[in-house]
Design a protein around this ligand. Structure first.
Ligand SMILES: NC(=O)c1ccc[n+]([C@@H]2O[C@H](COP(=O)([O-])OP(=O)(O)OC[C@H]3O[C@@H](n4cnc5c(N)ncnc54)[C@H](OP(=O)(O)O)[C@@H]3O)[C@@H](O)[C@H]2O)c1
Length: 258
């Protein structure tokens, strides 16, 4: 869409899965991409090169650890050196593996450290990233922010209490941000995904079971894909969504109601 051409998206965690699909969707529509990686530097640089060549846009990868919210300020300062504007921010990255020990598990096994890590990665990363992005959006007359959420805050998913509660928290935080950033012409929304086939889901101890159950529950009889989420995030950032703010859009193939 021409209205998007030449604008800039900042997105965290776009090396794979949902983040990669979102970045690619924006790139296809002429949006320049500043995105972060954590462990996959080489892959990130290859993606940047691919998007630049394929879509004739500017794309650059930056390191970020969302467990260190102080890194957002220097991240955006580095982005300022390479991009002349920030129009969209998508808070997408999520921790996995060792940092979620004590956060991913049954209720009686939850531990403050694991839970705190998930809070930092989910809510703090959204808050600090959005603050930095909003300062830049204000300079160009406004923008849009989207945070990734999950339907695991609406329905029970085994071992998901730590993530589910923090997704509920980030949805609430995004509504507060929406009210207060509206005067800068910045809209803030959340996209709440049902189970999507990515590495994060494959890390679930009961991955096969979740996948089979998702297909069974889905009104359209299939698993969710990263592209399903990317379309909704992109829409929320366009002018077509200019009266939508402070909302959570559920993209779940109809799985939540069943
Ligand atoms: N998959 C689902 O079923 C599902 C459903 C609903 C919502 N979501 C949400 O969608 C978002 C993306 O999930 P996904 O399934 O696409 O995940 P994913 O495939 O595991 O990708 C995670 C991304 O986060 C980055 N990352 C990991 N640890 C990080 C850290 N400490 N600091 C900064 N970045 C880090 C990774 O970068 P590197 O590759 O460089 O390490 C990668 O780009 C998450 O917020 C998730 O909660 C997922």
């Amino acid at each position: 869409m021409s209205q998007m051409k030449g604008k800039t998206l900042v997105i965290t965690g776009a090396t794979k899965g949902i983040g990669e699909a979102i970045a690619e969707k924006f790139a296809q529509n002429g949006v320049n991409i500043a995105f972060t990686y954590n462990s996959n530097e080489q892959l990130a640089n290859e993606l940047a090169q691919k998007w630049e060549e394929t879509y004739k846009i500017k794309a650059k990868a930056y390191p970020l650890n969302i467990l260190e919210p102080d890194q957002f300020k220097p991240l955006f300062e580095a982005i300022d050196q390479d991009f002349d504007r920030v129009d969209f921010f998508v808070s997408n990255a999520m921790i996995y593996g060792r940092p979620v020990v004590g956060g991913y598990g049954k209720f009686m096994r939850l531990k403050p450290k694991g839970l705190n890590n998930i809070y930092t990665a989910t809510v703090n990363a959204f808050v600090v990233g959005t603050q930095e992005a909003a300062k830049r959006m204000e300079k160009v007359g406004g923008g849009a922010v989207v945070t990734m959420s999950s339907t695991g805050n609406l329905i029970y998913i085994e071992n998901y209490a730590g993530h589910g509660t923090n997704k509920a928290a980030v949805e609430a935080m995004s509504r507060y941000a929406a009210v207060e950033l509206g005067e800068m012409n910045i809209r803030v929304n959340a996209v709440s995904g049902g189970p999507i086939d990515t590495d994060a889901l494959k890390a679930f101890t009961n991955y096969e079971e979740v996948k089979a159950e998702t297909i069974k529950r889905s009104a359209v009889n299939r698993m969710g894909t990263p592209k399903d989420i990317a379309g909704a995030v992109y829409f929320l950032c366009t002018e077509e969504a200019s009266w939508i703010t402070g909302q959570t859009i559920v993209v779940d193939g109809g799985t939540t109601f069943r």
